[in-house]
Write a protein that binds this ligand. Structure first.
Ligand code: NAD
Length: 384
């Protein structure tokens, strides 16, 4: 199949590699020539490394790489049957690109955006034919992360959703379907992972080592502060801000002032040598597993907020139970699905603990999801 990708940054490069390795012909365009060249060199280096390691057969890297074409003009891209926009996260810039793709692409072509946070239905307004437009949200690094969220806009046809699923399945990805809600599944449910941890730190209840250590103890690959430093406090803050705005400033999503201050003072994390942890010195500054009573308490508080968010997404019909579980385990590597976790704790116990937080703080942030309460009243679990 012939795939067109606009934007040769982190995501465009990764998606191009995935499509090449699935045997597609890939046409890659970026307005910045250096980005295009970097993407090409990176893809070649990665394919060669895979061949050296024996992960792909001899001569395969060259064969895959031979199917990559760098394109000089956006309108030359439009012969492709599957077009993916992966440029910077800017609504106007994306709509301009999508408009050209829609005007020039053949009638059968599918047009997708890899946006993390913009409304798919709104972006689809750049198309005359909105039925062929949808969100296809890969995770970073696209070549390694199995999950792709498929997000139909209000007017996307079922045929286009099914066809996109089929293509991504053939690329070796696991797809979940999400409604066009701010943050889709993963970026929405994961908000409390960062924000509740920040709140606990702001309140002086526990320090970053205890909070992160408690997550490591529970089987997470990284704690919230380690992950914020990896993602970058600027990027992570921006996602918090976007979800907050897109939900009509629902107070439970209000971004943390502490994180904003980290951003303003350039304590962005690994990329600036200093975030919540210090990366500049020789000494390793990192958390160790923490099994203290305090660690278990703060972990449970964040976990409850994650469960509450997952329940609310299910309540609003954004995704199915099964897809919510897949999304959080494959998209952000949580050791267990959140709804399964709720069942293990006991839904009634979750509700009682969330209500205690609400009684203490009297903030909308700690409002229990109606679905959790209904299940508790019926003495049911999500899967039991
Ligand atoms: N990085 C992530 O972790 C991640 C994960 C999932 C989704 N996304 C989304 O994927 C998209 C791309 O993110 P990224 O991290 O690859 O960004 P990036 O900054 O690494 O790359 C963006 C590329 O787009 C190019 N570009 C900008 N405007 C353009 C235009 N008008 N026409 C052609 N090319 C243009 C830039 O030159 C750059 O090479 C964003 O929408 C982002 O939200 C990012």
């Amino acid at each position: 199949m012939n795939v067109g990708i606009v934007g040769a940054g982190t995501m465009g490069t990764g998606i191009a590699q995935v499509a090449l390795m699935a045997g597609c012909e890939v046409h890659l365009y970026d307005e910045n020539e250096d980005s295009q060249i970097n993407a090409r060199d990176l893809i070649l280096a990665r394919l060669n490394r895979l061949e050296e390691k024996g992960k792909i057969g001899e001569g395969t890297a060259k064969r895959y790489f031979g199917n990559l074409y760098l394109i000089d003009h956006l309108h030359d891209l439009t012969g492709a049957g599957f077009l993916i926009e992966a440029i910077i996260e800017n609504r106007e810039a994306k709509m301009q690109v999508i408009k050209v793709l829609d005007q020039r692409a053949g009638g059968d072509s599918i047009i997708a955006t890899n946006t993390s946070s913009l409304s798919i239905s709104e972006l689809s307004k750049a198309c005359r034919n909105q039925e062929r437009f949808l969100g296809i949200h890969f995770f970073n690094p696209a070549s390694l992360m199995k999950l792709v969220e498929i997000v139909p806009g209000f007017k996307t046809s079922d045929f286009v959703v099914g066809k996109s699923q089929e293509i991504l399945d053939s690329w070796g990805k696991t797809t979940v379907i999400a409604k066009d809600y701010p943050g889709f599944i993963v970026n929405r449910i994961a908000r409390p992972f960062y924000n509740e941890a920040l709140r606990i730190l702001e309140e002086g209840i526990a320090d970053i080592y205890t909070i992160d250590g408690a997550f490591l103890q529970e089987g997470f690959k990284m704690g919230p502060f380690q992950l914020m430093d990896l993602i970058g406090n600027d990027i992570n803050y921006q996602v918090n801000e976007t979800v907050w705005q897109a939900t009509g400033f629902e107070s439970r999503y209000r971004p943390s002032q502490l994180q904003k201050n980290m951003m303003i003072t350039n304590q962005l994390g690994r990329k600036t040598g200093k975030g919540f942890y210090d990366y500049a010195g020789d000494k390793s500054d990192s958390p160790a597993r923490d099994n203290s009573e305090l660690g278990r308490r703060v972990f449970k508080r964040v976990l409850l907020m994650l469960i509450n968010e997952a329940a609310d997404l299910l309540y609003r019909g954004v995704a199915s139970k099964e897809h919510i579980e897949l999304a959080m385990t494959l998209g952000v590597n949580y050791p267990k699905g959140l709804l399964t976790w709720a069942d293990e704790i006991g839904v009634d116990e979750c509700v009682a603990s969330i209500d205690k937080l609400f009684e203490h703080y009297h903030e909308e942030r700690y409002r229990c999801s109606p679905l959790l309460r209904d299940l508790a009243n019926q003495q049911k679990g999500f899967f039991t």
